[in-house]
Ligand binder design. Structure first.
Ligand SMILES: Cc1cc2nc3c(=O)[nH]c(=O)nc-3n(C[C@H](O)[C@H](O)[C@H](O)COP(=O)(O)OP(=O)(O)OC[C@H]3O[C@@H](n4cnc5c(N)ncnc54)[C@H](O)[C@@H]3O)c2cc1C
Length: 569
């Protein structure tokens, strides 16, 4: 059935869709936001139930059923199904995310030109589509500021209008003012690590987070309960879009949110020159058509790519190309005596260094380019989920038996004495890493699932080994008795999947222009990490949200009398 036409239909109401919904509805546009999950209120989920939310991952469940993902490392290997942690529901994955909120470094916008200028063209690995972003840090900075204010970010500035600030990150790009809230109180591991990092000549600073550290715009300050990752914050301290921007959109009177509806197609006019809206399956199982003047696709990287391919919006063949992710070269340390109590406070309450991120260090002779932030353990390891089984459980030292009395003794001794350092090493955009529709496997309604072909190459492996080496050194200086290292490859279920719907300046080599507008259908916009042309060594959400504000700003300007959505064509 075709419903009455609206100005804008938004597909997915998470980090990116939430910002778009607020910005466009408060600008007077009639907006319908569709999401396949529930609209939960804080009171619906205010139980600190580790089995329910962490071990069994209930917030992710509908997404896992619908958006199956298959992965293979290369074209010669069979695919396997992958579990993943992205959420389904109003607020998207920001409902249960960890809340680290980083701006990109100015260098990250110029990875191609700055690496070539410093190390020569031969330093760029063969088979990569490394490019500069179509905008600069300076272009995006006002929109990063907007995220700071509207989502509410806590942290310590390192560079205000070009003046380096004591205690902040000296490598960050200039920001116009201090964060709206002071940083989280530092975890025990972070407090132990800070003097060691300083003695090694590094520049430690508290990592930024969207957790409120003071009462902020109706959100209470964090109580350091330590139930963050995989949990809906039971008091609403986290900067989840369902408690920050979406209520503002709803109160405009122009935003209608429709939960529990799954979009299955982006529709086109008969000439294939414009989108006419979307088709979805409603909560009763009926197919509906929602016509709209503008379509915003914001259903996370996997589903953004799948919906474009399934809707046959891929004239230049670029959809799915240059898929990227993070690798996590963890090092865990175990003290004999020092109690670190990782069940206190958020993960984001960590000390970090940026000395090995981007191009903040000389890569000559190292055999790789780029790098990542290196951060200490914040907290967020609950007693059952963190010490038990499942994705969030911490491993015990290598010499621990895998079950029985010996395992119990190790857990008893080490769980409260653990320290760790982790980096987020980005993959480069490789020709060989891409997504397409699986030719064989279909989901329960007969739609082909997404097939990811993705592997790590020499650049990432060397970068991960380098970061692990730095982490080991730090933990050794901190005096840990034992250490354990993670593998150097992380499969593409990190929750930081990006690329595949690349923005750029060349319509033959990208899917979107710099305002995240489709080259093929000018009234279609895609927001989310899928649009990143290259990746960086931080969590992605601050940039995802800043880009949504940037794109919304363009739409608002061009949809005024005298504006034109086709000015870039
Ligand atoms: C456990 C966890 C921890 C994380 N920690 C951090 C962190 O510390 N810092 C950070 O920067 N990032 C973190 N992330 C990643 C962060 O959550 C994502 O980068 C961000 O939410 C992506 O924004 P998005 O709008 O693209 O997708 P989402 O926020 O996931 O929103 C997508 C929405 O689309 C809906 N949807 C999907 N398909 C359809 C469909 N077919 N029809 C209708 N609706 C659909 C989904 O239900 C969902 O609500 C974490 C993620 C997880 C899961």
């Amino acid at each position: 059935m075709s419903l009455p036409k609206v100005d804008v239909v938004i597909v997915g109401c998470g980090a990116a869709g939430g910002v778009m919904a607020k910005e466009l509805s408060t600008n007077g546009m009639k907006v319908v936001a569709l999401d396949r999950g529930d609209f939960l209120r804080t009171r619906d989920v205010a139980q600190l139930d580790e089995l329910r939310w962490q071990t069994r991952g209930e917030l992710q469940e509908p997404m896992i059923k619908d958006t199956q993902v298959r992965w293979r490392p290369d074209e010669k290997t069979d695919t396997i199904g992958l579990p993943f942690l992205m959420a389904s529901g109003i607020g998207g994955s920001t409902r249960h995310y960890t809340t680290q909120h980083w701006r990109m470094l100015p260098h990250h916008f110029k990875q191609y030109s700055e690496n070539v200028a410093r190390y020569g063209a031969s330093a760029i690995p063969v088979g990569t589509g490394l490019v500069d972003w179509p905008m600069t840090y300076e272009d995006l900075a006002p929109f990063y500021d907007k995220v700071d204010e509207e989502i509410g970010i806590s942290g310590k500035a390192g560079n205000i209008n070009g003046t380096i600030q004591a205690g902040g990150n000296p490598f960050e790009g200039p920001r116009s003012k201090e964060y709206p809230m002071p940083p989280l109180l530092q975890s025990t591991v972070s407090r132990l690590a800070k003097p060691v990092l300083e003695s090694l000549g590094y520049n430690p600073f508290p990592g930024p987070s969207s957790i409120a550290t003071e009462n902020y715009k109706g959100r209470p300050a964090c109580t350091y309960c330590s139930f963050c990752t995989s949990y809906y914050c039971f008091i609403g301290s986290k900067g989840s879009t369902n408690v920050t921007v979406l209520p503002v959109g709803i109160s405009s009177g122009n935003l209608e949110i429709r939960p529990n509806v799954r979009v299955i197609k982006i529709n086109k006019d008969s000439g294939g020159g414009e989108t006419t809206g979307v088709s979805y399956i409603d909560a009763t199982g009926k197919e509906q058509e929602q016509p709209a003047s503008l379509v915003i696709l914001s259903s996370y990287t996997y589903e953004n790519i799948r919906l474009l391919l399934y809707s046959d919006i891929n004239k230049n063949g670029m959809v799915g190309k240059y898929f990227m992710d993070h690798h996590y070269p963890f090092v865990w340390g175990y003290f004999d005596d020092t109690v670190t109590n990782p069940s206190t406070g958020p993960w984001a309450a960590n000390v970090a260094i940026d000395n090995f991120n981007g191009d903040n260090f000389d890569h000559t002779g190292l055999g790789f380019i780029e790098g990542g932030v290196l951060e200490a353990l914040g907290g967020d390891l609950q007693a059952i989920a963190g010490a038990g089984v499942g994705s969030w459980a911490v491993p015990m030292p290598d010499d621990t038996p895998s079950f029985g009395e010996g395992y119990k003794q190790a857990l008893k001794k080490y769980f409260r004495r653990i320290a760790s350092f982790i980096s987020q090493v980005p993959s480069l955009p490789y020709d060989a890493n891409y997504c397409d529709l699986d030719p064989v496997v279909k989901d329960q309604i007969g739609m082909p699932v997404l097939r990811i072909t993705y592997n790590a190459y020499e650049n990432e492996i060397k970068a991960c080994a380098f970061m692990q080496n730095k982490a080991e050194n730090i933990l050794k200086e901190m005096g840990v008795a034992k250490m354990k290292k993670a593998g150097l490859f992380t499969p593409p279920t990190t929750t930081h999947e990006v690329g595949g719907v690349r923005m750029g300046t060349d319509p033959t080599k990208s899917v979107l222009n710099k305002y995240l507008q489709s080259w093929e259908l000018p009234n279609l916009f895609v927001v989310g990490g899928a649009v990143f042309p290259t990746y960086f060594g931080y969590n992605p959400t601050h940039t995802i949200e800043a880009l949504a504000y940037w794109s919304a700003d363009y739409i608002k300007t061009q949809c005024k009398p005298g504006g034109s959505l086709t000015q870039y064509f």
